[in-house]
Design a protein around this ligand. Structure first.
Ligand SMILES: Cc1cc2nc3c(=O)[nH]c(=O)nc-3n(C[C@H](O)[C@H](O)[C@H](O)COP(=O)(O)OP(=O)(O)OC[C@H]3O[C@@H](n4cnc5c(N)ncnc54)[C@H](O)[C@@H]3O)c2cc1C
Length: 431
């Protein structure tokens, strides 16, 4: 069988080519820290930056390399990150809380842009707009109505693109039109992460890779933190482990559903072809429950195409050909072009499809971005840092609802494969 992979294809993140993972190990782990942050992704690093700038002695520990998790593996699409509709949130939590959650969602997007620009992080950040496309005509009507009926005072700049005009946005006819969310943006996630590592260190934070935290126990008015490289006494602890949350905190593990998201990068394409496929450099996502998302690479020489192509978790060697096949269904013009990178990462879903932040048994946390954390993870990480510094602005709408779990859920999503099966069926039938 002909392979879709180039001879030198890698089963690792495309972004690691330009920003290779940093594996340097701290010579010696400090015996004490004011704050120990578990996890060196966007959540952990943004918390670390605020805290170190606030005068705290900060140690960030990651079980893998610095940025091992999703923060160097994602698609680099930045949205407002709120999955539920305003009406459903208002029904569940009241209008005031719904409003706060929506406001924080919008703020996470503008704050991320301001932060990257003011700190001079060179990461190909661009406000390109999102083309959110409908996979059937009913979804198109729903999308168009969502733009007409935006909640008062929370409107975002957006417009509708009917199917007849879709070619101006996309070199494909398989979708049924869509909407443009004009403020959504793109970046190179690896370069963004590398910029955060630099800022955290400049502020005085120490970062230890290959330093898995194995236990956190109360000790006096702080914590004793056990790592594979020694024990650290810390006044405060931040849990920033999202989709990689393991048995370290069973309470959090029972609330986070780790779901693999899979993605490929094509080999270099003729520029004219990329201009045909994604002429306005938008980031694109579709309305399926089991959705696909894609974009051009920052140099506009490749297509990055992501989604979920298997019921259970699988290997990038297997997901690569399946994603390639889906990509060809969308863009037959890519026939003959192969894949140079196929990789995956675990996003952290929640039972209410909302991110959550707060304090549990004295441990501060932010997690559960449901696959949309490029803006929100950093924003909530920053807010957690402010909270520990005692600042009132650390409070967000995401700390105002309870963080739900389910009976019989202990951290292994046994229901995932049947759920994906049902969702895919509903996507196909348009129900
Ligand atoms: C393929 C893919 C595509 C995506 N595309 C997008 C996108 O386009 N837009 C978007 O908004 N979001 C996207 N996401 C999601 C986004 O990347 C995440 O929401 C975000 O990076 C979460 O950041 P984080 O810092 O909370 O977690 P992560 O970056 O996952 O970091 C968690 C870290 O915790 C560490 N850790 C866990 N347990 C321990 C322990 N016991 N001790 C020490 N360290 C530990 C892990 O090693 C890991 O490095 C995508 C994700 C994937 C996988």
């Amino acid at each position: 069988m002909e392979t879709v992979f180039t001879a030198d294809a890698r089963m690792t993140s495309y972004w690691w080519e330009r920003s290779p993972p940093e594996t340097s190990v701290l010579d010696e782990l400090p015996a004490t820290a004011d704050v120990l942050v578990v996890g060196s992704g966007y959540t952990g690093l943004h918390a670390a930056i605020v805290l170190a700038r606030g005068g705290r002695k900060v140690l960030v520990c990651d079980a893998g390399q610095v940025g091992f998790g999703c923060s160097t593996r994602n698609g680099g699409q930045i949205s407002t990150s709120v999955k539920p509709s305003f009406d459903s949130l208002a029904k569940a939590h009241g209008e005031a809380v719904a409003r706060r959650i929506f406001e924080d969602g919008r703020r996470s997007l503008s704050w991320t842009e301001d932060f990257i620009r003011s700190e001079g992080i060179d990461c190909d950040f661009r406000v390109v707009g999102r083309f959110h496309v409908a996979h059937n005509s009913k979804s198109f009507e729903t999308l168009a109505a969502s733009i007409r009926n935006q909640p008062k005072g929370l409107e975002v700049p957006a417009h509708v693109v009917p199917r007849a005009e879709q070619r101006s946005e996309l070199g494909s006819d398989i979708y049924h039109g869509g909407i443009i969310l004009e403020k959504h943006a793109s970046l190179d996630p690896g370069r963004y992460h590398a910029g955060l590592v630099r800022l955290a260190r400049q502020a005085g934070a120490e970062i230890a890779s290959s330093c898995k935290v194995t236990a956190i126990t109360r000790s006096g008015d702080g914590f004793s933190v056990e790592t594979v490289r020694g024990r650290v006494a810390a006044r405060n602890v931040v849990l920033a482990t999202n989709g990689y949350t393991g048995p370290l905190s069973q309470w959090h593990r029972r609330r986070i559903i780790p779901i693999g998201s899979y993605i490929v990068a094509t080999e270099e394409l003729p520029e004219a072809l990329v201009d045909k496929l994604i002429p306005r450099d938008r980031v694109v996502s579709d309305t399926r429950r089991v959705l696909y998302y894609f974009r051009a690479s920052p140099d506009r020489r490749r297509i990055l195409f992501g989604g979920r192509v298997s019921m259970g978790e699988t290997d990038p060697r297997k997901s690569g050909p399946l994603l390639h096949q889906e990509m060809l269904r969308l863009f037959p013009q890519l026939s003959g072009y192969r894949v140079t990178h196929s990789w995956m990462g675990y996003v952290g879903y929640t039972f209410d499809t909302l991110a959550h932040t707060g304090e549990q048994d004295g441990i501060h946390y932010a997690m559960g971005y449901c696959g949309s954390g490029v803006g929100m993870a950093g924003y909530l990480g920053m807010r957690v840092g402010q909270t520990i510094l005692g600042k009132a602005e650390g409070r967000t709408g995401y700390g105002e609802t309870s963080f739900p779990s389910r009976s019989y859920y202990f951290g292994k999503p046994w229901f995932l494969a049947p759920a994906v099966h049902v969702y895919r069926l509903r996507d196909r039938l348009g129900i």
